[in-house]
Ligand binder design. Structure first.
Ligand code: ADP
Ligand code: DP6
Ligand code: CO
Length: 335
């Protein structure tokens, strides 16, 4: 363990996660309070590393993503740093350097690993020493899915009831080692989605005639998934996860104008996965706000699943992952 601590600078790593019971829709945009709870798994192969360096000479925070000054997402980063400074009573601005090892804004949850890594590094750099639950609350303000990436394995995000958002936080449901599933991701477009998740869910909540049905059904799906995870019931988890993913996309398509996150390759991958399961392979699909397909499977099925998806026209890359851990901060001695 690293016992050295350099005040004013720190690093963190956080892993992306994929929701099995999906989050889509907010009840408060400022604090980013969700209208629904969600359940996810962390992915060990998709991560963000972030470094935060305090500098009393800075007049503004700066944010560099993958080696480039990032103007597009810097508002959220700065707002979060400001909030963390006010907790610690500091006025010192920071330089933030971040790296995603997978495509940003493409439906692979870069906002989740990104904001979880940011709050975890900033917590250490500003010497706040907040609890994981408080970090989850802060990460949520950056991005709803980021609240879940504070924790590893199987994670539940609570909708919460309080207007201040202090109960809209995630908590671990089961450890990765309790049920070590594998994830095979079929990537068909590495570019940024044309409508980001924040805007997409806002449009859906405002215009879909089915939005209240989605919100009202969510407790049922959460209960089904919780039980499936507690009892390691793969078929039950497969059914509720596919239902939640398809309901999310049906809902998004019912917004006006409708949101189309699938491409033709997405649809073909879903058919292949259903066919594999029909042949007895332990696999199911989920899809987020982007065209990439995530196949969740038993570890012994991962080679078969990867081979089947690699074959689908339009699949440009296969990513493979196991279940990941929670966000971790490190001292930033030399880098
Ligand atoms: P995704 O499917 O990748 O989560 P979103 O539309 O939800 O797509 O979010 C993408 C946004 O998340 C980016 O435009 C940026 O603002 C933010 N983001 C991505 N990576 C990071 C990072 N490493 N640090 C901070 N913010 C990030
Ligand atoms: C489809 O967490 O990216 O991936 O809170 O506006 O930043 P913001 O949205 P984000 O939305 C994720 C939506 C999803 C489903 C999920 O991860 O639960
Ligand atoms: Co996101």
């Amino acid at each position: 363990m690293n016992t050295e601590y350099s005040p004013g600078r720190a690093r963190a790593i956080a892993y992306a996660n994929v929701a099995l019971v999906k989050y889509w829709g907010k009840r408060d945009a400022d604090l980013n309070l969700p209208d629904v709870g969600s359940i996810s798994i962390a992915l060990d192969a998709l991560w963000t590393r972030t470094r935060v360096e305090l500098d009393p000479a800075l007049e503004q925070d700066s944010f560099e993503l993958n080696g480039q000054i990032e103007a597009y997402g810097s508002g959220r980063v700065t707002a979060l740093l400001k909030r963390m400074r006010s907790i610690g009573g500091s006025e010192t601005r920071s330089r933030v350097f971040s790296q995603n090892n997978f495509p940003t804004g493409a439906g692979l949850a870069s906002s989740a690993s990104g904001f979880a890594a940011l709050v975890t590094a900033a917590d250490r750099a500003y010497g706040l020493d907040l609890s994981p639950s408080r970090l989850s609350e802060l990460a949520r303000i950056g991005s709803g899915s980021a609240a879940r990436s504070i924790f590893g394995g199987y994670v539940e995000m609570h909708r919460g009831e309080l207007p201040d958002g202090s109960d809209s936080v995630a908590e671990p449901l089961a450890a990765a080692a309790d049920w070590p599933l594998a994830i095979v991701i079929a990537v068909s477009e590495r570019g940024r989605k044309s409508v980001g998740s924040t805007e997409g869910m806002q449009r859906t909540a405002q215009t879909s005639p089915f939005y209240s049905a989605w919100v009202n059904n969510q407790p049922n799906d959460l209960a089904l998934a919780r039980t499936a995870i507690a009892t390691r019931d793969f078929d039950a988890l497969a059914h509720v996860s596919e239902a939640s993913a398809l309901a999310l996309h049906g809902l998004a398509m019912s917004a006006r104008p409708g949101l189309l996150y699938f491409n033709a390759t997405t649809m073909e991958c879903l058919h292949r996965i259903r066919r594999l399961r029909g042949r007895g392979v332990a696999v199911f699909f989920t899809v987020d706000a982007g065209p990439q397909v995530k196949a969740i499977c038993a570890p012994e099925a991962a080679d078969t699943v990867a081979a089947a998806l690699e074959d689908v026209p339009g699949v440009t890359e296969i990513l493979r992952a196991g279940l990941g851990s929670g966000a971790v901060s490190m001292d930033d001695g030399q880098t």
